[in-house]
Design a protein around this ligand. Structure first.
Ligand SMILES: Nc1ncnc2c1ncn2[C@@H]1O[C@H](COP(=O)(O)OP(=O)(O)OP(=O)(O)O)[C@@H](O)[C@H]1O
Ligand SMILES: [Mg+2]
Length: 349
């Protein structure tokens, strides 16, 4: 996700909700102000970010992207703001960050909720004043960057819980575009499906796409599309690919893993951390304290995993201080050795 987009496909749709979102895109695109894109996975946030850039006066300047998820705090900082030679082990040369590379253009920050609070502070300064320092440097760099950020979580709720900087949120919220899920714009399903099917037909070097049968269209309309346009795209591509040339697409396979020969030894996936409380008529009494400890331990382990075992980020995620987290991890035996000051990762049994 560190590429410079060449150009972006035109977003497709005709539902009122989609057209309203596109009107908002046209309204905000010409301004150099930040835009916050909110939407479920696969609703087109990245596509819309590119659209905003290409409809702006910056269209012929750089458009850069960075996903704030999955990077440690120091890596994210270096990716955003660059580093000087010798800033850390392995930093032999000066390297420019995304903010500097996107000068006069647009920077798209995906999964902004995953940026640690300290980095959020630096981002705020960069948005507000256009200034920052490279990691390991003291020179102030001045840039002109338009920021577009995306999230699929509720940022005001995170800010209220102290896990996202309210001042950054205020700044980013100049215009908030919430992209509607596909299940709330059923009118778009057929046009999107046709569009994807035509592209797939071309990719497979077939000369015509004969269309969908009424049953196939009904199946597409009836599905709830939790994965939104991305899921629809995958399903339609698979349907076209499985259909003989010159035949209408009739079979819609929503789950390609369905098979009578599917292995049965699937791991049990926990559906809730707490699990169901047994009903008194059917269950043995159980040890409340032990159950709570078990739940705490599971939540800690899940939170660590979700945050790449980065303890500071996990603490922020759980709304605790770093020291509270360390004490919880020790209590539950989730640390196998003492933390060094430079130690970023918790080691699990
Ligand atoms: N309105 C649309 N018209 C055409 N294609 C679309 C539209 N919306 C989304 N897509 C396509 O669906 C796929 C998913 O879109 P995109 O990556 O922009 O979603 P996203 O919201 O960023 O998802 P995630 O939250 O999972 O990162 C892409 O291939 C994109 O081109
Ligand atoms: Mg995305």
């Amino acid at each position: 996700m560190h590429t410079i987009a060449q150009d972006a496909p035109t977003p497709i749709g005709q539902s009122p909700a989609f057209l309203q979102a596109m009107a908002a895109v046209s309204r905000v695109a010409p301004l150099a102000r930040p835009v916050l894109l909110v939407g479920e996975r696969g609703t087109g946030k990245e596509l819309i970010a590119a659209r905003i850039h290409y409809l702006s006066p910056r269209w012929n300047q750089p458009f850069l992207k960075l996903n704030c998820g999955g990077l440690t705090e120091s890596l994210l900082e270096a990716e955003l703001f660059g580093h000087e030679a010798g800033a850390f082990t392995g930093a032999q040369k000066r390297r420019l960050g995304r903010f500097e590379l996107a000068h006069r253009g647009t920077l798209f920050l995906d999964e902004i909720a995953n940026a640690p609070m300290t980095v959020q502070e630096t981002i705020l300064r960069a948005v507000e004043y256009g200034t920052f320092e490279r990691v390991g440097g003291s020179d102030t760099v001045q840039v002109d960057v338009r920021l577009v950020v995306a999230t699929n979580v509720d940022l005001p709720a995170l800010a209220a819980a102290g896990r996202f900087r309210a001042d950054l949120l205020d700044r980013l919220a100049f215009d908030v575009l919430t992209l509607p899920p596909l299940r709330h714009r059923k009118e778009d399903i057929e046009v999107l499906a046709e569009h994807v099917a035509l592209q797939m037909t071309k990719e497979m070097r077939r000369d015509v796409f004969p269309g969908f049968t009424p049953a196939a269209l009904q199946a597409l309309r009836d599905h709830a599309w939790p994965g939104n346009v991305r899921e629809l795209k995958n399903v339609v591509e698979r349907a076209v690919y499985r259909t003989e040339p010159h035949r209408m697409v009739d079979e819609i396979i929503l789950d390609p893993f369905v098979s009578p020969w599917r292995p049965l030894d699937r791991p049990q996936v926990a559906t809730s951390a707490a699990g169901a409380v047994p009903s008194p008529s059917t269950a043995q009494p159980y040890d409340f304290t032990a159950r709570i400890a078990d739940i705490e331990r599971k939540l800690l382990a899940q939170a660590l995993q979700a945050n790449g075992h980065h303890q500071k980020r996990t603490a922020a995620f759980l709304g605790m201080t770093y020291h509270q987290l360390r004490s919880q991890l020790r209590k539950h035996g989730l640390i196998v050795r003492a933390a060094r000051p430079d130690e970023d990762f918790a080691e699990l049994h």
